[in-house]
Write a protein that binds this ligand. Structure first.
Ligand code: NAD
Ligand code: MG
Length: 383
C-alpha cells in the first residue's frame, strides 16, 4: 500500500488524483491532505478518504473546517506550517504536489527534505527554484513530473541516457486564441480566456495557456528536469494528442500519445516506473483523422520569450517572472487589466528587477515578494 500525501486536493489535479486512489483502493491510501481555502469540498474528501492529518492554508477557514469535520478522527492544522507537516508526515512515501503557484515551493522542499518521492504537478516550484529543488532531490528522492508534456518526455525517454537526446519537442495546444489576430486579442474577455479547447484545468493555468506563458513555464520545467543544455523546441499541436516528443541523436523520434486526460500522467507518476491498468477510453486514431503542427507565434504570445529570457538571465529572474505572472493573471481574472496587460506587467517587472544569485530559499522568497509588490504597483499605476 502506497501512502500518499496530497497537497492541493480540492483543485483540478487534486480531484483527479483522488479519482486514481478511489479506483485503486488496494494500491493507494491517502495519509495526509492539504488545501488552500475550499473547506466544503475538502471536508467531503476527508470523510471519503480518511486521512490521519490535514491542513487548510487559510487560517480564517480553520474553525469552519473543524465544524464540518466534528466527530471525525483526524488531526487538523492550518497555515504554511500545517501544509509542511502534511508533506513530511512519517507515514507518507509519496507526496503529490498539486498546489498552484509558488506557494507550492516550501511544501515541496519539505517533502524532499524528509525523504519523500515527489510527484510534481506544481511546475512553479521548478520555475522559481529549479536549482535549489534539484540540489535537494538529486540522488535522494524521485522527482516525477505530472505535467502531461514532461510525463510524455519521461515515458519517451524510457530509461535511455539523457545525453542521447538531440532535442525535446514540447507540444502545446496554442490555447483558445491560437487563430485570433492581434487586434482580436486586445478585447478578449475573462470568459473567453477561461475556455480552453482541450483541457479542463484550474483558472490560473488556463489563463497561462491562453497567454502561452504555460509553454514558457514548461520550457523552463523541461530544462531543469531533462538538463539545462538540452535543446527544447516548442511546437503548436492544436489537437493535444501528442503530449511531447524526443528526437534522439540518431534522428529517431519517440512520441507519447493519448486523449487529453490528466489522470493518465497522474497515475504514471503515482506508480512510476510501473504502470497500472486504467479503464479510460482509448484514443481512436481513425476518428482523429489528422494531427497538425505549426510554429508558435512569438509576437502574438510574448510570454513564451519572456520565460525563455528569464531562464537565460538566471539567478532570481525566473522567480520574478513567475511572481509577476501570478499577480498579473489574478489582475486579469479580476478584470483589473486587459489580456495583453499580463505580458506588459511581467516585462516591466523583469526590466525593473536587479538580479542576484540564489543561495537559499530566502533569496527566492525575497525575489518573489519584491516582484509581487512591483507588479501590483505597476498594475495600479497604469490602470
Ligand atoms: P487549481 O487552482 O484547480 O487547484 C489548486 C489547489 O491548490 C487547490 O486545492 C487549492 O486549494 C490549493 N492551494 C492554493 N494555494 C494553496 C496554499 N497556499 N497552500 C495549500 N494549498 C493551496 O489548480 P490546478 O489546475 O489543479 O493546478 C495545480 C498545479 O498543477 C499548478 O501548478 C498547475 O500549473 C499544474 N498543472 C495542472 C494541470 C491541470 O490539468 N489542471 C496540468 C498540468 C499542470
Ligand atoms: Mg502541461
Amino acid at each position: 500500500m502506497k501512502m500518499i500525501s496530497l497537497l492541493g486536493s480540492t483543485g483540478s489535479i487534486g480531484v483527479n488524483t483522488l479519482d486514481i486512489v478511489r479506483r485503486n483502493p488496494d494500491r493507494f491510501a491517502v495519509a495526509t491532505m492539504a488545501t488552500g481555502s475550499d473547506v466544503e469540498l475538502f471536508a467531503q474528501q476527508v470523510k471519503e478518504f480518511k486521512p490521519a492529518l490535514i491542513s487548510v492554508f487559510n487560517p480564517s477557514k480553520l474553525a469552519e473546517l473543524k465544524e464540518l469535520l466534528k466527530g471525525e478522527d483526524v488531526e487538523i492544522l492550518s497555515g504554511e506550517a500545517g501544509t509542511v507537516k502534511v508533506a513530511s508526515h512519517p507515514d507518507v512515501s509519496l507526496v503529490v504536489s498539486a498546489i498552484v503557484g509558488s506557494a507550492g515551493l516550501v511544501p515541496s522542499l519539505a517533502a524532499i527534505q524528509s525523504g519523500k518521492d515527489l510527484a510534481l504537478a506544481n511546475k512553479e516550484t521548478l520555475v522559481v527554484a529549479g536549482e535549489l529543488v534539484l540540489r535537494e532531490a538529486r540522488g535522494k528522492v524521485n522527482l516525477i513530473p505530472i505535467d502531461s508534456e514532461h510525463s510524455a518526455i519521461l515515458q519517451a525517454l524510457n530509461g535511455e541516457k539523457q545525453e542521447r537526446i538531440k532535442k525535446i519537442i514540447l507540444t502545446g495546444s496554442g490555447g483558445p486564441f491560437r487563430t485570433f489576430s492581434r487586434e482580436q486579442m486586445e478585447n478578449v474577455t475573462v470568459k473567453e480566456a477561461l475556455n480552453h479547447p482541450n483541457w479542463s484545468m484550474g483558472a490560473k493555468i488556463t489563463i497561462d495557456s491562453a497567454t502561452m506563458m504555460n509553454k514558457g513555464l514548461e520550457w523552463i520545467e523541461a530544462k531543469w528536469l531533462f538538463g539545462l543544455d538540452t535543446c527544447v523546441e516548442i511546437i503548436v499541436h492544436p489537437q493535444s494528442i501528442i503530449h511531447s516528443m524526443i528526437e534522439f541523436v540518431d534522428t529517431s523520434i519517440m512520441a507519447q500519445l493519448g486523449i487529453p486526460d490528466m489522470r493518465v500522467p497522474i497515475a504514471y507518476a503515482m506508480t512510476y516506473p510501473d504502470r497500472i491498468k486504467c479503464d479510460f477510453p482509448s484514443l481512436d486514431l481513425a476518428a482523429m483523422k489528422q494531427l497538425t503542427f505549426e510554429e508558435p507565434d512569438y509576437e502574438k504570445f510574448p510570454c513564451i520569450k519572456l520565460a525563455q529570457e528569464a531562464l537565460q538571465t538566471g539567478q532570481t529572474m525566473p522567480a520574478v517572472l513567475n511572481a509577476a505572472n501570478e499577480v498579473a493573471v489574478q489582475a486579469f481574472l479580476d478584470e483589473a487589466i486587459p489580456f495583453q496587460g499580463i505580458a506588459e506587467a511581467i516585462r516591466t517587472t523583469m526590466h525593473n528587477h536587479k538580479c542576484h544569485a540564489i543561495d537559499s530559499l530566502e533569496d527566492v522568497q525575497n525575489a518573489d515578494r519584491w516582484a509581487r509588490e512591483e507588479a501590483k504597483k505597476l498594475i495600479t499605476v497604469t490602470h
